[in-house]
Design a binder for this molecule. Structure first.
Ligand code: UT7
Length: 321
């Protein structure tokens, strides 16, 4: 029994902000951002909530899968930026969709979030506990950025992607790799809200995302190729058997480095960071929906999904589409 993706969906906020737009509110340039990252624009949520974006993506995925919301057994939401601390994004989404029979909870594994949620769904499906699971990954990171930190805020965007998964005899997830290194957690960090305990002295003010870009870069280029190779071998395949590699969209130079390390042409690495920037847990499912809706996947194709980011965390899965 395998866990197959039966439908995908995605949603981006209306407001698109180009590098040139950003250069009007901070000391940066299209040339700097593009040459260092490959990012040309990002969508920022001004009117939309994350619940609305994920509901839109989820509705598309459900429609393609031919499944009604009330048929869902489970909703797994991957995010580090839910609309509220309580209730979770997944419970808000359950309410929004009317998925009354689903159990719903969130997973926070930052940019690996969608991979970890898909891998969790895979375990529930293979053990037979649930049959119809909605997996979403989405973020509104713009509300958590330090807009005075130009080296970090220009990289990120908002949006959501979704996949509906269920059991299948032939196609689906063939192998999965997961990893974490909490000892390196401070290289990509966002501290908690202010401590309101009246007995605690020296309360800290609200903090925003901070990143040691070079450390994250080194971690990514070392870890991702190894995770991908391991997952491919575990699936009983070779790198040449893989038709498409859908990597977390953080930086084009990271993707180029992985392509070089794996000796696979860049043509097999579709990207959307030019238009979307880095959407953390949303980046892989949004890209997956793009390749799916644009006819870039044929039944039986082998694809790799891979994510990496804060935690530190990383994950890769090989699927037969
Ligand atoms: O999901 C995981 C997310 N994280 C990542 O993927 C991050 C991976 N790391 C990176 O992508 C790169 O480290 C960055 C793109 C974040 C930064 O590139 P870098 O080559 O490591 O640049 P840097 O931070 O060393 O900065 C180089 C220069 C500095 O100026 P000086 O000191 O050399 O005069 C910065 O002040 O670039 C300057 N700079 C900028 N200039 C214009 C930093 N940010 C900007 C900016 N516009 N936005």
């Amino acid at each position: 029994m395998r866990t197959r993706i039966f439908g995908t969906g995605s949603a981006l906020p209306k407001r698109k902000v180009s590098n040139d737009d950003l250069s009007k509110i901070m000391d940066t340039s299209d040339d700097w951002i593009k040459s260092r990252t490959g990012i040309g624009a990002r969508h920022l949520a001004v009117e939309e909530s994350l619940t609305e974006l994920t509901a839109k993506a989820a509705s598309q995925a459900l429609e393609e899968a031919g499944i009604l919301p009330e048929e869902l057994d489970m909703i797994l939401g991957a995010t580090l930026s839910p609309d509220k601390i309580l209730p979770s994004l997944s419970c808000e989404l359950q309410r929004e969709l009317g998925a009354v029979n689903a159990v719903a909870f969130d997973i926070n594994a930052a940019c690996s979030g969608f991979l970890f949620a898909l891998q969790t769904a895979d375990v529930y499906i293979r053990c037979g506990q649930y049959q119809k699971i909605l997996v979403v990954g989405g973020e509104i990171l713009s509300k958590m950025m330090d807009w005075n930190d130009r080296a970090t805020c220009v990289l990120f965007g908002d949006g959501a992607g979704a996949a509906v998964v269920g059991p299948d005899e032939a196609y689906g997830v063939l192998s999965s790799i997961q990893g974490s290194n909490g000892a390196k957690g401070d290289v990509l960090l966002c501290e908690n809200r202010e401590n309101n305990n009246p007995y605690v002295e020296g309360k800290k003010s609200l903090s925003y995302v901070s990143m040691n870009g070079q450390e994250v870069y080194k971690f990514a280029v070392r870890t991702v190729p190894n995770a991908v190779l391991k997952a491919v071998r575990q699936a009983g395949l070779t790198i040449e058997d893989i038709d498409l590699f859908l990597l977390h969209q953080a930086n084009i130079r990271i993707i180029e480095s992985v392509s070089k390390r794996l000796k696979v042409p860049m043509a097999k690495f579709p990207t959307n960071l030019e238009e979307c920037g880095n959407i953390s847990a949303g980046s892989v499912p949004i890209l997956l929906d793009y390749v799916n809706q644009n006819g870039m996947l044929q039944r039986g194709n082998h694809i790799v999904l891979a994510g990496f980011g804060a935690g530190l965390t990383w994950g890769a899965s090989v699927l037969s589409w």
